[in-house]
Design a protein around this ligand. Structure first.
Ligand code: C2E
Ligand code: MG
Ligand code: MG
Ligand code: MG
Length: 281
């Protein structure tokens, strides 16, 4: 670039790039303090049994409220906390909060609810990851079978030898494993036999795609057949309409999550009687 401009290195300064870089730095900096300033919160979105309408559990979703920026959405800040390594601390905190919360709901509501927690590859790669999980389960008193860990298909494909080891360790503790954003990773399906997976989460793009496709179903039946053939449960993400709910139910999908049933909410705003299978919130 500098050469093309005649070797004048002062031309390397690009105001737009400079602005982007300083915005990124500012975000990084704000995130460094977010944890100690208690700007993070965990929200919970219900997951329902699609065949019976019963509440099955929740997915824990991280939220960040910055005093000036306001609410920042996870896609805007999760990549940064992953790159900076802040996810190690924040991720452990989310796990702790989520386990404690579902244990509390077991007591309050007397329902055997399962809590799903998202994991980034980085967390998985921490040498003390299994110790963290064990410690949180012991401290909160949550039985491991009520914890489900979500790992994306792409993350699973990275470094698959050590991932396999960790998944087997989790499995031996009765912790459940879910593949998040299933179908978006363009990976080989053979890993479904290799990895001890309990659940596939069908990505929202496929649920949306159902209404756009000619037969009204798109790729979803193929994914559901695959899951059935490999004895794996299925959750459809991002259900927004009754039509989507009904098609997925008819096709035999096991569980459902989406704005039709409930937005992700703070724990205090959630009550099992108010989570509507027909959906009105
Ligand atoms: P995800 O794990 O696939 O989570 C589902 C996302 O879909 C959530 O977005 C949820 O709010 C959104 N969603 C649920 N139902 C609907 C619907 O009916 N319509 C639409 N349009 N969206 C719906 P959110 O909370 O913004 O999180 C985005 C992503 O950020 C998550 O995708 C996950 O990959 C990541 N994430 C969130 N919390 C954590 C966390 O604690 N740790 C890690 N490592 N990643 C997290
Ligand atoms: Mg998830
Ligand atoms: Mg997902
Ligand atoms: Mg997704």
């Amino acid at each position: 670039r500098a050469k093309a401009l005649g070797g004048n290195r002062y031309h390397l300064f690009d105001p737009l790039l400079h602005q982007e870089a300083s915005e990124r730095l500012a975000l990084e900096n704000d995130l460094r303090y977010a944890y100690e300033r208690q700007e993070f919160e965990v929200y919970y979105q219900p997951i329902l049994n699609l065949q019976t309408g019963a509440l099955f559990g929740f997915e824990a979703l991280l939220r960040w409220h910055h005093p000036e920026r306001g609410w920042v959405s996870p896609p805007e800040f999760i990549p940064t906390i992953e790159e900076t390594g802040l996810i190690d601390q924040v991720g452990e905190w989310v796990l702790e909060q989520a386990c404690q919360q579902v244990k509390q709901w077991h007591r309050d509501w007397d329902l055997p609810l399962v809590m799903s927690v998202n994991l980034s590859v980085r967390q998985f790669a921490q040498p003390d990851f299994l110790d963290q999980v064990d410690r949180v389960l012991i401290q909160t008193g949550l039985e491991p079978r009520f914890l489900k860990l979500e790992i994306t298909e792409t993350a699973l494909m990275e470094n698959s030898q050590s991932t396999l080891f960790i998944l087997r360790q989790l499995k031996s503790r009765q912790i459940k494993i879910s593949i998040d954003d299933f179908g978006t990773g363009y990976s080989s399906l053979s890993y479904l036999h290799t990895f001890p997976v309990d659940t596939l989460k069908i990505d929202r793009v496929f649920v949306e795609g159902m209404s756009k496709s000619r037969d009204g179903q798109g790729l979803v039946p193929a994914i559901l057949n695959l899951a059935r053939a490999t004895d794996i449960d299925t959750i459809a993400e991002g259900i927004e309409t009754l039509e989507q709910r009904d098609i997925l139910r008819r096709l035999g999908c096991n569980f459902a999550q989406g704005f039709l049933f409930s937005q992700p909410k703070q724990a205090c705003d959630l009550h099992p009687d108010q989570i509507q299978f027909g959906g009105e919130n």
